[in-house]
Ligand binder design. Structure first.
Ligand code: UD1
Ligand code: UDP
Length: 378
């Protein structure tokens, strides 16, 4: 182990696209500081979508567990994560393990660290929907991490309050903002320097010129089956309007692909496309008049850009966007989704009431704050 007074070894663990997006600003900050020896371990719970982020952020992993399997089950994934991440921790003997959010990788990373009595720092701590099946299994994953962590980096005061209500020690909770805003600002600057990085949507822009763009994403496990079919029905109905076009980068989870390919293929104004890398997704956020999503991260990015976001979930752990008026929970009932979309398309006042840039999730300085808090914790 390195001398703690001199330089701390920090093992940063992640495995999915959103974790990589929210963790790369932390990797950048810590890697640039001599007070840390930074080791990056990717579980590769996601492969292609994770690699897209690693490439754009310029991060290479010190350990790659390469754990993605087609249509992997939660129990098989979790078992492989625990033993794989445990092995890396035994080899690296870090002072800190840093995990982000609420995925299986983050939960197993925290558990494996706990089994070795290694301190855990949790980025994006304290999000709670108070419903263990919405989102599933993330609500329980983040509660487990919250029980283990020695440092909780809450993105907002609401998240910090949720931890306090669970009797987490106040001096271990810090409101840092959400690193997704650091990531979004970073990628926006990168695109400004190098516009070609986000130039790959030109063909779609030309194809849909004159139409009003709606960006769509959907992947939540609790929506598999009936929920996804209902979402597809809503999209078909919206697409019956000739003045709109829907651009839908489809999550590679086979449960999502099957439904969307069966229900939406062949519609002129629905583009089912491969997952976009982060610069191109940022471009889509810019092009879209409305975002329709069940994603966590998109609920944070859209308000920052003043894009109305309709959230296809029953509950959200991100009430800040709803309180700010930029996000609205619409569930998965197709009648409700269509009616909310049509209201935004047809009622200018309703649209401008939602389309106000508002940033309850951070100021883009979360990663440097997290770095200093890790230094101070010693
Ligand atoms: C996971 C997280 C979820 C997060 C989401 C972000 C868990 C339990 N779920 O869900 O919290 O919101 O990532 O996207 O941790 N696949 C590919 N290529 C990829 C990624 C996935 O083919 O790059 C396919 C594989 O068949 C894989 C399946 O998608 O088995 C599911 O991946 P998994 O990580 O288990 O769950 P997600 O639904 O992506
Ligand atoms: N995203 C992306 N390309 C896409 C779709 C999403 O880069 O094709 C980004 C998006 O900007 C956000 C993150 O991926 O930062 C959200 O990931 P996802 O919806 O998979 O997971 P969640 O946030 O729901 O956990």
């Amino acid at each position: 182990m390195t001398d703690r007074t001199d330089c701390q070894t920090v093992l940063i663990v992640f495995g999915t696209r959103p974790e990589a997006i929210k963790m790369f600003p932390v990797v950048h900050a810590l890697r640039g500081d001599p007070r840390f020896r930074v080791r990056v371990c990717i579980s590769a719970q996601h492969r292609g979508m994770l690699d897209q982020v690693m490439a754009i952020a310029g991060i290479t992993a010190d350990h790659d567990l390469d754990l993605m399997r087609p249509d992997q089950t939660l129990d098989a994934l979790t078992a492989a994560l625990l033993t794989g991440l445990g092995g890396v921790m035994d080899a690296e003997k870090p002072d800190w393990v840093v995990v982000q959010g609420d995925t299986a990788t983050a939960m197993a990373g925290a558990m494996a660290a706990y089994y070795r009595k290694i301190r855990v720092a949790h980025v994006e701590a304290g999000l709670r929907s108070h419903n263990i099946y919405h989102p599933w299994p993330e609500e329980v994953n983040r509660k487990i991490i919250g029980t283990i962590a020695a440092l909780h980096f809450a993105p907002t005061q609401t998240a910090a309050d949720a931890l306090l209500a669970e009797n987490v020690a106040a001096d271990t909770i810090h409101v840092t903002g959400n690193t997704v805003i650091d990531a979004l600002q970073w990628v926006t600057r990168k695109i400004a320097d190098e516009p070609a990085l986000a130039g790959g949507l030109r063909e779609l822009e030309a194809r849909f010129a004159g139409r009003r763009i709606i960006g769509v994403t959907s992947h939540r496990r609790e929506n598999f089956g009936g929920g996804l079919e209902a979402i597809a029905t809503a999209i078909r109905t919206i697409a019956a309007r000739p003045d709109v076009a829907l651009i839908f980068p489809v999550h590679p989870n086979p449960n999502v692909r099957r439904v969307m390919a069966a229900e939406l293929a062949g519609l002129d104004n629905v583009a089912l496309i491969e997952p976009l890398d982060y610069p191109h997704f940022a471009r889509l956020l810019g092009m879209a008049e409305i975002m329709l999503t069940d994603s966590g991260g998109v609920q944070e990015e859209a308000p920052a850009l003043g894009k109305p976001v309709l959230v296809m979930r029953e509950a959200t752990e991100r009430p800040e966007g709803v309180a700010a008026g930029t996000a609205k929970l619409v569930g998965t009932d197709p009648v409700r989704i269509v009616s909310e979309i049509f209201t935004l398309l047809d009622d200018k006042a309703a649209y401008s009431a939602m389309a106000r840039a508002h940033n309850p999730f951070g100021d883009g300085q979360s990663a440097p704050r997290i770095m200093e808090l890790l230094v101070n914790a010693g």
